[in-house]
Design a protein around this ligand. Sequence first.
Ligand code: B12
Length: 216
Amino acid sequence: MNNKIENLKQAIIDGDQDSARLISEELLGEGLDPLMTIEECVYPAVSVVGERFEKGEYFLTELMLSAEAMKIAVAIFMSKIDKGKNGQGLGRKGTILLGTVKGDVHEIGKNLVATMLRVNGFDVHDAGKDVPSAEFLKQAKAVNADIIGLSALMTNTMQNQREVITYLKENNIETYQVIVGGAPTSQDWADKIEADGWAPDAPSAVSLAEKVIKKE
Ligand code: B12
């Protein structure tokens, strides 16, 4: 494996932002595929950091430093993805409002999903993080969304994906297709809360959105 990939992984685990920036830029300069690099490097680093936090080996400070290093790396790779495919029929496939649910500030995955959807022809509006359920409806109306995408990274906040769907149902709103995602979620969970779809990662979020928009 490319040594720099190992080094970038380590920089994220160590929360070393300067090295993360430097190595990410070097890797891009070498012409590596940005998405593949995120998969090979950022994802494994994330699981190490998550595990250490879970075991009590990392505290919030370390988690935050690693998150910053991760954000820097992902932003550098995403800028390449954006530039690479920009202009290929942007916004033609449909409009998606994407946000992280109430109580949850995790946004790196959501941002990655937004970029992938954008470069694949969707008009994506970012509702942000820690978004109250009613706010999703308000913003979906404002941007005339076809799909509402809900991200949740914690077992307690994934309940708020259900809350948004219940809120829409209680208000008799069938206008929007709702897709869900985030590490603790699954197809079973999506079925349980009657979401219109679920995807495990950013590339499959694109095929999901394409399918859901055609109401297949
Ligand atoms: C980075 C991180 C943080 C950062 C977030 C920075 C940011 N700006 O986003 C900071 C430091 C702020 C943070 C804070 C906290 N965190 Co945190 N964090 C993480 C960590 C290490 C990585 C998450 C991440 O960015 N992953 C990388 C991205 C690329 O992956 P992803 O988010 O899963 O997204 C992909 C897919 O899920 C999918 N996807 C995501 N969204 C959507 C949406 C749709 C519609 C679709 C289709 C697909 C999709 O596609 C994405 C791209 O492939 C995880 C550990 C882990 N293994 O996940 C813990 C983790 C999520 N955090 C955890 C915890 C507990 C917390 C805190 C409560 C800690 C504390 N004591 O304060 C706080 C929560 C604050 C809050 N209210 O939200 C726990 C959650 C445990 C649980 N109960 O579920 C985890 C699992 C760590 C652990 N193992 O204990 N955290």
